[in-house]
Design a protein around this ligand. Structure first.
Ligand SMILES: C[S@@+](CC[C@H](N)C(=O)[O-])C[C@H]1O[C@@H](n2cnc3c(N)ncnc32)[C@H](O)[C@@H]1O
Length: 305
């Protein structure tokens, strides 16, 4: 279980499948989880989203003066590198569903005197912003959407003629963390959040490229990069896991079992350290870019992949 991605982190064999919860309920669950993580999200000195945001912006090849929209911006892992790349003559509009992410990112942008960064509360499933933009950034957000195909068609419509999109997703699996399933199983079945969307389009570069092509983008290109995150000890990992999408598990483990869950995590991490000589998370990050195609999107059902 390599990634702190709520879609994967909270799903177990018994979780309801895609479409089993109304989109409004999915939005509520996602907003609650990320609201709870916002104060410490990517702020614990653990090298993770900040690095991935820089990688994504690097792949987007932004130029000074460009107009960018960062969808599902979180605390600005991609927003700030984008704002630096486009400079004060450009602009970055950052949008997120979780009010505390929005408040805190806005405060950070003000503290950094980045007046060309605007932060708004909004749902990027059907985002309501005024284009055209030169680039859409979507860092680790598409897999939270109930209809990513429809969202991507909307993003295309926000772009200039030669505008581009840069998307990051996770790939792969670090088998050393498979014990996280045991934590997920401590969540009562009725409290397990659903899989918000069909995970198939995110399982391979080819599948994601097909999703983008159907939404009206030119042939996409993906770069896959592996990242290793070290943790000092179990408590370091525990605190970090409360600050990202794994929080969805912690918030659903019954209070009377919280101490047991923490002890389980400490024991498994101690075992990992004995066996592998380190406490480390290996994460695969897929960075995918494509350009707006002059051809309109293919009219397909949203679940086609
Ligand atoms: C894994 S975090 C990634 C945040 C940031 N892009 C980064 O790379 O650190 C996913 C973010 O997407 C936001 N999000 C999820 N679904 C959303 C939706 N429908 N509309 C807007 N934001 C959404 C969450 O609130 C969260 O901040």
């Amino acid at each position: 279980m390599p990634c702190p991605d709520a879609r994967i982190a909270v799903v177990s064999e018994t979780a309801p499948g895609p479409g089993e919860l109304a989109p409004a309920q999915v939005r509520k669950l996602v907003a609650e989880t990320f609201n709870n993580t916002a104060p410490e999200y990517d702020r614990l000195g653990v090298d993770f989203f900040g690095t991935f945001g820089q990688w994504l912006v690097g792949e987007a090849h932004l130029s000074p003066g460009e107009r960018v929209v960062d969808l599902g911006c979180g605390r600005g892992a991609a927003t700030f590198p984008a704002a630096i790349a486009v400079g004060a003559e450009g602009s970055v509009l950052a949008v997120d569903l979780a009010p505390r992410m929005v408040e805190l990112l806005r405060a950070d942008a003000t503290a950094r005197s980045m007046r060309h960064v605007e932060v708004r509360l909004g749902d990027v499933q059907d985002v309501d912003v005024e284009g055209p933009f030169d680039c859409v950034l979507a860092a680790f957000v598409l897999f939270f959407l109930t209809d990513p195909a429809a969202a991507l068609r909307r993003y295309r419509s926000l772009l200039h003629e030669n505008g581009r999109i840069a998307v990051s997703t996770f790939y792969g699996d670090d088998e050393r963390w498979h014990w996280l399933r045991e934590l997920r199983e401590m969540v009562p079945a009725e409290a397990r959040p659903p899989v918000p969307t069909d995970p198939a389009p995110f399982r391979s570069s080819d599948a994601l490229h097909a999703l983008l092509a159907d939404a009206g983008f030119t042939p996409a290109r993906s770069v896959e990069r592996e990242h290793r995150t070290p943790f000092r000890d179990a408590d370091h990992w525990l605190r970090w896991s409360y600050s990202n999408a794994n929080r969805a598990i912690w918030d659903r483990i019954p209070a009377e079992r919280a101490a047991e869950a923490h002890e389980l995590a400490r024991a498994r991490i101690a075992g990992m350290e004995r066996e592998h000589g380190a406490i480390e998370l290996r994460t695969g990050v897929r960075l995918t870019t494509a350009t707006r195609s002059p051809e309109p999107p293919q009219p397909r059902s949203s679940s086609a992949t």
